[in-house]
Design a protein around this ligand. Structure first.
Ligand code: 3HC
Length: 309
């Protein structure tokens, strides 16, 4: 599996190779992640187009960005509400929306995809855009679990293809994982690093391996919390309190699972256990499977491990 091989070491500070400046950004997928990425890109002065299949999703994306900006402004411009309002208006001037991906990418420097976690759908998307996007345009995926190399293989721009993995909630989380495949050019990699810094984020350099860095550690940790609870060794409330107060985590593992989405956690785990069936870190959990089968995905559906209003 290409996922486990062909690793190359990347430098975070290579100054020899040029890097192209990214100004125009197209985000494919107006869900929570796509909208969050669009927001931080617009705040940092990039011209952003969010693309999705329906106007109703795009209206929701814009509302989500405005809602999040209001929260930012409430703190940043606490004493100057008018300046805060002006800030929001200026940021929103940098954001446009479209349902036509082919048209949107015509003048873009970066296409960043944050759509459903399905390899074939991502490959079809990029394969189509590869034919219409300018030569210099970099393609990147925000996938949390699929191999970047497998997604890139549907295009003819392997050297201009990488991963940019953001964290939820994007406006608050300071990290971006920058992923290079064995074919990603150093110039592309440097551009992705510079872009992440231009967003005000801290990038880390990752290999194209399952879960990159954060999810590779976080998902087994959250799964072990569920198994600990399944064994009857702690209530979910106590486990959450323990990890918050004893390890300084902002959320306990069950709160975080509900926040990330139990469907997402299961999807990631299923993919890894299919690739490496004997690995106990990727073992199934009956409790998780049952909640997902019942449609209890966490905060977004109103119930997961906990209930939400
Ligand atoms: N937009 C803007 N501001 C926000 C925000 C958002 N979406 N979310 C929180 N804030 C700011 C606001 O100023 C908010 O104050 P307000 O409620 O008065 O507006 C302030 O943060 C505090 O927020 P909360 O009261 O909701 O709660 P917390 O203090 O606990 O902070 C948190 C929320 C930042 C989400 C924090 O709990 C946290 O860091 N949790 C861990 C999140 C995490 O681990 N994310 C990674 C998940 S893994 C992932 O994404 C990878 C994927 O591939 C699965």
């Amino acid at each position: 599996m290409a996922f486990f091989t062909h690793h190359i070491t990347r430098s975070l500070s290579s100054s020899v190779v040029r890097n192209a400046v990214i100004k125009n950004v197209t985000i494919i997928g107006g869900g929570q992640m796509g909208a969050g990425i669009a927001q931080v890109a617009a705040v940092s002065g990039h011209l952003v187009t969010i693309v999705d299949t329906s106007d109703s999703v795009l209206i929701k994306s814009i509302k989500g960005i405005e809602g999040s900006l209001k929260r930012v402004v409430k703190k940043k411009f606490a004493d100057k509400p008018e300046a805060g309002q002006e800030f929001i208006q200026n940021v929103m001037k940098n954001v446009s929306t479209s349902t036509d991906a082919a048209a949107a990418v015509k003048k873009t420097d970066l296409v960043l995809e944050a759509i459903v976690e399905n390899l074939k759908i991502k490959q079809d998307l990029f394969s189509g855009l590869d034919k219409v996007a300018p030569e210099h345009t970099i393609f990147a995926s925000n996938t949390s679990s699929l191999p970047i190399g497998d997604i890139a293989s549907s295009t003819n721009r392997l050297d201009r293809f990488g991963g940019l993995h953001f964290f939820n909630p994007v406006p608050m989380m300071k990290l971006v994982e920058v992923i290079g495949t064995s074919a990603t050019g150093q110039e592309t990699f440097n551009s992705l690093l510079s872009f992440s810094k231009a967003l005000g984020k801290t990038p880390v350099s990752c290999k194209d391996t399952p879960g990159f860095i954060v999810n590779r550690l976080l998902v087994p940790y959250m799964m072990e919390a569920i198994r600990l609870h399944e064994r009857g060794h702690g209530s979910k409330e106590d486990i959450d309190i323990a990890m918050k107060l004893g390890a300084g985590y902002p959320m306990g593992p069950f709160e975080l699972l509900d926040y990330v989405g139990l469907d997402t956690a299961k999807f990631i785990l299923d993919g890894w256990s299919a690739m490496d069936p004997g690995n106990p870190l990727f073992a199934q959990s009956e409790m998780l499977n049952k909640l997902v089968a019942e449609g209890k995905y966490g905060k977004k559906t109103g119930e997961g491990f906990y209930k939400y209003n």
